[in-house]
Design a protein around this ligand. Sequence first.
Ligand SMILES: [Zn+2]
Length: 269
Amino acid sequence: MVNRTSLLAALIFTLIGSTATTAAARQFNNVVIISIDALHPEALKSAQIPTINKLMQTGAYTLDGRSTEPPKTLIAHTAMFTGLFPVESGKLDNDWMPGEATVKHETIFDDAKGKNFKTGYFFSKEKLGYLVNKAIDVQAWSPDGAVDLAETFIKTDGRHFVFLHISGLDQVGPEYGWLSPEYLEELSFIDDYLTPLVETVIGKQNYLLIVTSDHAGHDKIHGSDHPEDYRLPLLICSDTVVVQPVKDRPFSIVNFREMLAGMINAPGH
Ligand SMILES: [Zn+2]
C-alpha cells in the first residue's frame, strides 16, 4: 500500500481554505493548467519571465514540488492526471505510440467534465496521447502550435478546462544543461509565447490558472535519481478562489488531481 499522506494537505487547505466564505456562487469561466516540460523551479528566480513573474506575485506558489519515481515525462503526467502513483496506475514506462492502449483510469478531465466544462487537451509530445480519453472534447498533438491551439479554444464560447503541455526546455536542457543561459533564454521565449493566452484567460475573468511541470534535471541529465531531477514548481493564480501567498511548501505531483478537484468542487462550482 502506498502511503499518500503528505505535507501537501497543508498546502491545499491553505490555498482553498477560505474559498467557502469568499467565492460564493462564482464559477470558473476558465481553468487552464500549463505544464512546462522539464521546468526547474530555480529557473523561475533568474529567467526573464515577466508574465510568469506577475502570476507569482498575485498567486501562490511552491518551488518545492516533487515528481514521480522515476521523474520522467509520461510517468509524471500520468500521476498528475490520475492522482495515482505509477505502481497504482500501472504506467511504469515512459513510452507510448498511437494505436497502443490509453489510460484506463479516470483523470482530471473526468473531474472537469463532471463540472460541465468544455475540455481541451493540447500537447507537444506525441506520447502524451496516452492520456487522451473520452472526457476530452478537443485534443491535439502539436509540437509547435499547442499554445496557439489552446488560446483559440479558450476564445470559443463556454466554460473551458484546458491542459496545455509545452516542450522546449526538455530539448535545451539535455543539449546545453539545466539552468544554463540557453535554458533560461528558452524559458524567456516560452513566457513571451504564453503572454497572449494568459492575458486572454485573465481578461475573461473568473479563472484558475496553474503553471507547473513534470520534472527538472541537472547538468545535461534528467530522469535519473539525482535530487534535482525530481524537482518541479507549482504556481496557482485565481480571481475566483482565494489563494494564499504560500511559498515553498512541499508538494507531490501525485496529489495534483486531488488538489485541483478540491478547487473546482468549491462552492459555486
Ligand atoms: Zn518531461
